[in-house]
Ligand binder design. Structure first.
Ligand SMILES: Cc1ncc(COP(=O)(O)O)c(C=O)c1O
Length: 410
């Protein structure tokens, strides 16, 4: 057993979690790939959608669809109300103070870019420093690099240890009078490490520095309370929370309506949040589906999901550690159910290809987290990422698949 793995919520047991019953909600899980049952272990990339969310999308498209905020006819009023209801569901889900703090974007990447353009370009100047971490997804690196290049600012990077945990002492040492912004990943997509963001946010605030949290890998596994976290920006995408693609949120720190209040050729008066940042026709259907997805997750209970996923993580860690030649990359004390691994002598892409022939879907590559790969001195890993609808027999299928890969290549 990997001693690094601890219980996230010891008081909540995984014992009464009926994954089999939950699986019945997900039509796609009944698929067979080349005659083999689908074992879907690529949930960190995108999770699957339950019938409840699919039904909500169908109901919207078949009985409620129109453009919003513009017309006085029945359908437009219904669509406007349902879109607003979705915002309120997201507000509750992250415990934001007001519904207008929920800005619908096209996803995490879009949210981060919005902060870079809206906040960064106004407040970051030549010589300023932006703190990021080695664990960041490229989505939370590239926009800041673009800004730094444009402005003549500098990126400072928090290192990680060999378990894949952030070196928080080093983070604290990076602060100085030039520090102007911190961008932090809540949970590493490549390794599953859960970062001590509360402490890191508090520390930045003691220095008067705003913090953006990339929550793309967190909100489906951890209860998010943006008021308790007191972060300045929190971002995540619906498609990793059993919702549709093409929508996400940005929760900014201040309540501030359509982007434009009035336009004449002389001047444009900008509206208040969230509308100011939701120019044009937003992803209405996707946002409503997002609302249904967070309802679905909340009904099961994020803490119960976390406890069950932890039991899967512990089981999978034990089983993979037992296979000679398999090395787990990322053994942080606090992890979500993500296992990145390498197999001696076999390229991750070959691993992914052979596993696919057994119906097992894992992600192989650098996971858009190349600084993490560089730290561990590997070009790529194979990544099994579990959701609450996965089961131990699927871990067994992964293990059998890995042994088969070794048979084919070694
Ligand atoms: C940690 C993290 N940040 C950002 C993203 C980008 O999310 P999206 O592609 O939905 O914008 C991902 C997606 O894998 C991620 O895992």
């Amino acid at each position: 057993m990997n001693s690094a793995i601890v219980s996230l919520k010891p008081e909540i047991s995984a014992d009464d979690f009926d994954a089999e019953k939950i699986r019945a909600d997900f039509p796609i899980l009944k698929l067979k790939i080349d005659g083999k049952p689908l074992v879907y272990l690529d949930n960190a990339a995108s999770s699957q959608m339950p019938q409840q969310v699919i039904d909500r999308l169908v109901r919207y498209q078949t009985t409620q669809h129109a453009n919003i905020n513009r017309a006085v006819h029945y359908l437009s009023e219904v669509a406007t109300m349902e879109y607003h209801n979705a915002r309120c569901k997201l507000q509750q889900f992250v415990n934001a103070r007001e519904d207008r703090e929920i800005i619908f974007t096209s996803g995490t990447t879009d949210s981060i870019n919005l902060v870079m353009h809206g906040y960064g370009r106004k407040f970051i100047k030549a010589g300023d420093e932006i703190i990021l971490t080695t664990l960041e997804h490229h989505s939370n690196i590239v926009p800041w690099q673009m800004l730094a290049n444009e402005k003549g600012a500098k990126i400072r990077v928090v290192p990680i240890n060999d378990k894949g945990e952030l070196e928080v002492d080093e983070y604290e040492k990076l602060f100085n009078e030039r520090t102007k912004f911190v961008g932090l990943i809540h949970v590493s997509n490549a390794l599953g490490t859960i970062n001590p963001i509360k402490h890191m946010i508090d520390f930045a605030h003691q220095h008067g520095i705003p913090v953006l949290i990339d929550g793309a890998q967190a909100a489906q596994h951890i209860i998010i309370d943006v008021q308790a976290l007191d972060c300045d920006f929190y971002a995540f995408s619906a498609h990793k929370l059993c919702g549709p693609t093409g929508v996400g949120i940005l929760q900014p720190f201040k309540g501030g309506g359509d982007m434009i209040a009035s336009v004449t050729f002389e001047e444009t008066l900008y509206n208040t949040i969230p509308h100011k940042f939701e120019a044009g026709t937003p992803p209405i259907a996707a946002a409503i589906g997002f609302g249904a997805a967070v309802d679905y997750l909340a009904a099961i209970g994020i803490e119960r999901i976390a406890a069950y996923e932890l039991s899967l993580l512990n089981y999978a860690t034990e089983r993979l550690n037992d296979i000679p030649g398999v090395k787990i990359i990322g053994t942080a004390a606090e992890k979500t159910a993500v296992i990145s691994f390498t197999i001696d002598g076999i390229h991750p892409h070959d691993i992914g290809t052979i596993l696919n022939q057994d119906g097992v879907a894992v992600r192989t590559g650098h996971h858009c987290a190349q600084p993490v790969m560089q730290h561990f001195n590997v070009p790529a890993t194979s990544r099994a990422s579990f959701a609450f609808y996965n089961k131990k027999t699927e871990v067994d299928a992964l293990v059998a698949g890995i042994k088969n890969v070794q048979k084919v290549f070694l």
